[in-house]
Design a protein around this ligand. Structure first.
Ligand SMILES: [Zn+2]
Ligand SMILES: [Zn+2]
Length: 339
């Protein structure tokens, strides 16, 4: 098969011929329909911070059709369309049974790779797509599930004023779920207004651009009708947690979803005076995957607004590099079988 292989820090991706994958016990092989490019793919191939293994096939947001099943597979059938979780667990421990394979002590991240024509997946660590869902919506489930987990962790009261900082896919997904799950008003705060239209399609009532705003606190409080009860930080850069603590209301909640590999600092006394509840949210449960699939299958197709381009596998290595800078693209989908 053809696949995009990570050639090591600073060397980007290259299209290579690889053996067709064979399913191990409890695994299936899928023909990849769509695979989304994620900000963490860019981070973890950049040469800074934690890096993905050299010579691996990356891509963890994808969906496709099952074309082979391994020994012991019971739940998934040939022809099912699935969205895999990127971790394959042992299937037996408590974490696996709770649908949290990333907490399994035997979790493997080297099984699944969406930037190829085929990928293996764990039968327990995936959801079957309802017939109404397209492959591209299937490939949106993973980032949507990240946002859903964050919003669930916040346990916000109905009618809460919500601010999301950072307008990447995770921030947009978070705005979507906050809007669906009972927020009063949702506002987004980002460097530029590039994503303002997508944010509105995803359920944000207001969008504040740092470039166009002098007094950020006053503007945020104005568009929300008061300081945010919950701030979701989806920036992932030093200073983002401090900013969230500065903006949140007293007794408010800050949920950090950003993937910041560098050191960060904030002034505890400010958080203390406000009695801020500060949480971190990583990944998702399988239930988050299932709910994201169900919500889109039931007719809420707003997340499609995040998809700004669909490209072939051959076009991926070059496109991947352009996404490292400020790009007008939001979620780019790879269609490995289109020429
Ligand atoms: Zn991702
Ligand atoms: Zn396990």
């Amino acid at each position: 098969m053809r696949a995009a292989v990570f050639k090591g820090a600073g060397r980007g991706l290259a299209i290579e011929e690889r053996p067709d994958p064979i399913p191990g016990p409890g695994e299936v092989v899928i023909k990849v329909g769509r695979a989304g490019i994620c900000g963490s793919d860019l981070h973890m191939t950049s040469g800074h911070g934690q890096q993905l293994p050299t010579d691996s096939i990356i891509g963890h947001e994808f969906a496709g059709e099952v074309v082979a099943v391994g020994v012991g597979v019971r739940r998934i059938r040939l022809g099912d369309r699935i969205a895999p979780m990127p971790f394959v667990g042992c299937g037996r421990c408590l974490a696996c049974q709770q649908g949290r394979p990333h907490r399994c002590l035997q979790a493997r991240i080297d099984v699944v790779g969406g930037f190829g024509e085929f990928s293996r997946a764990g039968e327990n660590d995936c959801v079957v797509l309802p017939a109404e869902l397209s492959d591209e919506e299937g490939a949106l489930i993973e980032p949507l599930a990240v946002g859903l987990q964050g919003v669930r962790k916040a346990a916000m009261a109905v009618g809460s004023r919500v601010l999301v900082t950072g307008a990447g896919a995770i921030g947009l997904a978070t705005a979507f779920w906050a809007n669906r799950l009972g927020a009063g008003r949702v506002a987004m705060l980002a460097n530029s207004s590039r994503r303002a239209e997508i944010a509105r399609s995803m359920g944000a009532a207001a969008f504040v651009s740092l470039q166009a705003t002098e007094d950020v606190t006053a503007t945020v409080n104005e568009v929300l009708g008061g300081p945010p009860d919950v701030v979701f930080e989806a920036v992932g850069l030093p200073g983002a947690i401090r900013q969230a603590i500065d903006l949140v209301s007293p007794l408010g909640t800050v949920v950090s979803l950003g993937f910041c590999g560098g050191e960060d600092s904030f002034v505890p006394a400010i958080a203390l005076w406000k009695e801020v509840r500060l949480l971190f949210s990583m990944c998702y449960d399988k239930q988050d995957f299932q709910h994201a699939a169900d919500v889109m299958a039931a007719g809420d197709h707003r997340p499609r607004a995040m998809i700004t381009d669909t490209i072939s596998l051959a076009a991926l290595p070059a496109k991947f590099e352009t996404l490292r800078g400020a790009s007008k693209d939001c979620k780019v989908m790879v269609a490995p079988w289109s020429r």
